[in-house]
Design a protein around this ligand. Structure first.
Ligand code: ZN
Length: 505
């Protein structure tokens, strides 16, 4: 078999797996939106069947043979060639999938299914003790997973690899140290500033039907294609791109709090624009898949925060908002803009503003590292959490439900996931600086004031979306912005916004 034949067969199999996995995505979306309660049993069987079929097909030794036949051939001589990127990423995923023993995969699935239920109950009852043995087992299994996959320097590197290939503990430590050192005093200055927004204007009557229509109109303005997607309601919002022509987003509505659904839709629309603009011809291969979790998150944060909490955005949308919601009749654009940009240390990550949010992640990253290295025993987690939280936020954690039990991630074994949220924030700010420099800051502002986001979207499509996994995140960032990732753009952005709003910087 020639290298070209091997590559063709590899791509055929990869695309077949793409179709198979998209079937699971449809079922999962349905499970979280419209499936009746009694469908859960059958759905569990359907999902397990598809997952095992997919794993079996992907770990077929034939895939390893095909990869070996292409590697070292002329097809992958140019690092930027289609085949090079596809082979590089298929190799990474194949090695990971085949190095982890089936018994460990089974054990992890069993343990995390039970752990998620235990976590839900422990959180409800505010009782860390009942979740503790589950988390101990998960940390132990994740260590085994890291050992099976192999790593340099730190086990955590093997776990990040699943979400942010190419990123390392050393890089993340440096990034978080630089960020935290400057965020903490900034947040303190904001807290000390006498200028405070009136948050209650966001807690008025916002009828759900009107929220839905308003949010949909904003999603359309951003470029979400409703002929190739839907917006539905769920308790935990998400975006799921099935593949070309079909991307689903969800949100949840609070009739007495405007930001929840609106900024949630902005966020998921950012994810969806990425999915809707991946190159369709590469569907099912790495070139048709988003670069990394961090880059995916950069797209949602860019539209949610950099655009959705900007002044020119609301110059355009606020008059329409006030027309839609009579409850805002006496509210000025200035007051509204200030309210949606409030910065205030709080206990819950998912409710945090864009500045304090990253301290929540810094805390989790530190603790995950300590858990994995054995420096921190699970039994000591609540104490370590509360102590570190007080140091970073100046707040006392009243209970574990609002402390170390608040997030679902550890219960599903997602150690290594959290840093991608902050990477997303940093990438988003750095991309926005590059967009402004390429398109002109003033003319971009004028675009937004008119409600025209086309040129911004096109920049993202050309520089980010259409590349799929052609480059790793670090390289993609260098190509799109001219620089490696750093916290500078994000910190500058926060400083500028807070000096504009409160004279603090
Ligand atoms: Zn997101």
């Amino acid at each position: 078999m020639t290298a070209a034949d091997a590559y063709a067969e590899l791509i055929r199999r990869s695309k077949e797996l793409g179709v198979l996995n998209s079937c699971a995505a449809v079922l999962s979306w349905d499970q979280h939106t419209y499936m009746p309660a009694r469908g859960a049993g059958l759905r569990g069987e359907q999902m397990a069947f598809l997952a095992s079929l997919s794993h079996q097909k992907f770990t077929d030794p034939k895939i390893g043979e095909l990869l070996a036949a292409v590697e070292g051939s002329d097809l992958v001589k140019e690092p930027d060639a289609d085949a090079s990127a596809n082979v590089r990423e298929l190799r990474r995923a194949y090695d990971r999938a085949t190095k982890i023993p089936a018994s460990l995969v089974d054990e992890l699935a069993r343990v995390t299914t039970a752990a998620q239920q235990a976590w839900e109950q422990a959180k409800k009852a505010n009782q860390f003790a009942t979740f503790r043995p589950h988390l101990e087992r998960i940390v132990e299994l994740k260590r085994q997973e890291a050992d099976a996959v192999g790593f340099k320097d730190h086990r955590y590197n093997a776990l990040i690899e699943e979400y942010e290939p190419g990123t390392t503990v050393v890089e993340l430590k440096e990034l978080f140290a630089g960020l935290t050192k400057r965020l903490v005093p900034l947040i303190q200055k904001v807290a000390d500033s006498p200028k405070k927004p009136d948050r209650t204007i966001l807690e008025r009557d916002f009828p759900v039907e009107r929220q839905k229509i308003f949010a949909e109109s904003a999603a359309v303005a951003l470029g979400f294609n409703f002929a190739a997607g839907r917006l539905d309601t769920t308790s935990h919002p998400f975006c799921s791109g099935f593949g070309p022509g079909d991307c689903r987003i969800t949100t949840r509505y609070n009739p007495r709090f405007f930001p929840e659904a609106f900024f949630g839709v902005m966020h998921e629309t950012g994810h969806a624009l990425y999915e809707q603009n991946l190159p369709a011809e590469h569907f099912g291969t790495p070139l048709g898949v988003a670069c990394s979790f961090g880059i995916h998150e950069s797209q949602s944060r860019l539209w949610e925060n950099q655009v959705g909490r900007s002044r020119p955005f609301w110059d355009h949308f606020f008059p329409r908002l006030r027309q839609t919601f009579p409850a805002l009749a006496d509210v000025s654009l200035e007051a509204f803009y200030f309210a949606v940009n409030d910065v205030k240390p709080s206990l819950i990550r998912v409710e945090a503003d864009e500045a304090t949010y990253n301290l929540h992640i810094a805390l989790r990253f530190e603790l995950e590292l300590a858990l994995l290295s054995g420096d921190l025993a699970v039994v000591d987690l609540p104490g370590a959490w509360n102590e570190r939280f007080a140091a970073l936020f100046g707040l006392a954690v009243p209970d574990d439900a609002r402390g170390c039990l608040q997030d679902i991630h550890w219960s599903f074994g997602g150690l290594g996931y959290f840093p991608t949220y902050t990477l997303g924030n940093l990438y988003a700010a750095q991309f926005m600086v590059a967009v402004k420099s390429d398109l002109g800051a003033e003319s971009l502002t004028e675009d937004m004031r008119r409600g025209d986001f086309g040129r911004l979207k096109d920049w993202l499509v050309n520089n980010i979306h259409r590349n799929g996994q052609r480059y790793r995140a670090g390289e993609l960032c260098r190509r799109a912005t001219g620089n490696p990732l750093s916290p500078e753009s994000f910190l500058l952005y926060l400083n500028e916004k807070n000096s504009e709003l409160r004279g603090v910087c």
